[in-house]
Design a protein around this ligand. Sequence first.
Ligand code: GDP
Length: 201
Amino acid sequence: MKINSAEFVISNSDVTKCPKDQLPEYAFIGRSNVGKSTLINMLTGRKSLAKTSGRPGKTQLINHFIINKTWFLVDLPGYGYARVSKSAKKVFQKFITSYFSKRTQLVCAFVLVDSRHEPQKIDLEFMQWLGENQIPFSIIFTKADKLSKTKLSPQINAYISKMLEYWEEMPNYFITSSTSGLGKEEVLNYISEINSQLKIS
Ligand code: GDP
């Protein structure tokens, strides 16, 4: 998919105030510092569409972007950052879960995990929650360039093995690097394919 336009629409902490348009929506979520903003900028080919986090934890809003005037890319708050106070954490967990429960336009959530890290409890629990709530998701492994080729593949395989302790099948996944552009086409083509099945592009 070629990105012809990518525009910021609105930021919200209240899911009921998100755009009413019935366009298909793809949400990006992960732990703070996982590389979400950089990935969104890489995918859309815009330098600073999503704010990269100098201060992790600051972007605690649901951010809607409209892409090619046909679908929404949603930048969700990073979770699990220690410097966010406990009460702030509770609030955003509630609005994140309410986003997923109420946003019927959502087609797929992309759960970002850092390729270098062992499976983290918070990510596994979050994916479990998505599964229990029948919310379709794919995994995006980020920062693949930070691992050598010989280390990357065993690391991904270890992640898959861990997932298979909980899941009958490994969810769909992508390996990406915002530095090299690895995975960009795969993710965009995946979205494009779903969109064309939905007959919107
Ligand atoms: P966010 O908090 O999830 O939005 O994370 P950011 O996009 O702000 O990225 C966190 C840090 O990781 C920044 O210093 C980025 O430059 C770096 N980063 C993000 N993606 C990549 C990547 O694919 N490769 C490398 N080498 N660094 C990355």
